[in-house]
Design a protein. Sequence first.
Length: 560
Amino acid sequence: MDKFWLKSYPEGVPHDIDLSQYRSLNQLIEESFRKNASRPFSVCMDHWMSYRELDELSAALGAWLQGQGLEAGARIAIMLPNVPQFPVTMAAILRAGYTCVNVNPLYTARELEHQLRDSGAEVIVILENFASTLEAVIEKTPVRKVIVASMGDLLGFWYGQWITFAVRHLAKMVPAYKLPLTDGRSVTTFNRAIAEGTRMRLQPAAASMDSIAFLQYTGGTTGLSKGAVLTHRNVVAAILQAEAWFTPALKRMGDIRQTNSIAALPLYHIFALTLCLLGIRWGSHLTLIPNPRDFGKFVEVLKKRPFHMLPGVNTLFNALLNHPQFKSVDFSHLCVSQAGGMAASQGTAMRWLEVTGCPMIEGWGMSETCAIGTNNPADNEEFTGSIGLPLPGIDLAIKDDDGNSLAPGAAGEICIKGPNIMEGYYGQVEENARAFTADGFFRTGDIGIMDARGYTRIVDRKKDMIIVSGFNVFPSELENVISLCPGVLECAVIGVNDQAQGEAIKAFVVKNDPLLTEEDVARYCHDQLTGYKRPKYIEFRDELPKSNVGKILRRELRQN
């Protein structure tokens, strides 16, 4: 196809990437560890970790995992926030020849059970703060080995002990739990696994570009999340595509390894995960923010040292702007303010530029595309309101319902093809058949218009997906849950505009118990759904609009 958008590329950005330089994602990681051993990899709560330490710790944990008798490619779940244990665990799993299954630490028991069962995860590495959730479902999952981490495990002996004590006993953030040891299950602490692994030798994994690196779970149209199968090739491609796009914007750094990227978005999310791996490719370092919702502490971290890349969603940028101390931060080194995950608003972008002097650059991607798709040029001087140009190596087409490509200026479904696009959904044969066009493009469900220069603007969504603060929420999942609430006859869920979150969730409920209250429904949702999936608004109706065949018409609810 004619990649006419290449004429709009910024100077210094290549038209394609070279995947032949790597045999696997593991090779990329190993090379970085060797080249950058003495350099810092991350800082978290003022404790630094070098690439050498990341190498040694992940090799030890990987060796321990290999000693558990797992088959090549076994799925291992990671249920950790942005603490040093996350990159150590991720690197260990990959280097040992296994597959990472990223899990949202705030999942409810129901959500966790589905993901562990669907992925077939045999091992989980989990922060003790969330172990009580695992306790509720572990006997219904394939998990046989649990590695329990504490907040301070990798923060130095004395400081780490203090942090763990404070989290457990002062903040009381670790609910009591008791994991069952039936059916051959075992529980090991994170530090013990590391200690035992140091006496073992990590055996090189026979991973290839076709091996599965991640099962990245995303919302499901059937009401259940599904795992996007991301191979080593997909992830390496995404890293090289991001590198090609962002490197020119960081040229004033001189040595790109000096880049300090702020990791406030959760590393289990594909957006932050890809940027973390990009940092490894560069040999640069990350500032890990375990709890970005504590904006006071977040701002204090930003004040401590120069930072150069700040990826975020619109709600994060907006919340920082509204913090009284944010204007006192030194922004003179900030090169890239990368917005993604949800639509960025022009008002937030204008304020961001006014306060920081660094334009907000909007891009678009999905879990299915390793977060890579389109992006505005990283050297833009102003916010454009579009999602930008296709990145190197990507084909983008606007297609009609029959799969025909449309001319520039016409609205249709955004479809994408490239080496970063997933192999398909794990175990979802019918879903995969619907997800791709006959000529191999992935159907994104977003409706867009591409102009004559190659810039694309999203105008609508073909699917009913709701985006809350950058997280995908499918109404069918919520409707399935709410329908099980005692007193509910039927329900429907839509997204409504929300200044803070981009979209908020509104539930319409028809009740068969006249005593049912909004508080009852909200309480049930609180117990069954993680925070961003809970309805902000609940409205009772006598009936819901339906088609002739009885299908609930969400579009009519959106119009009212």
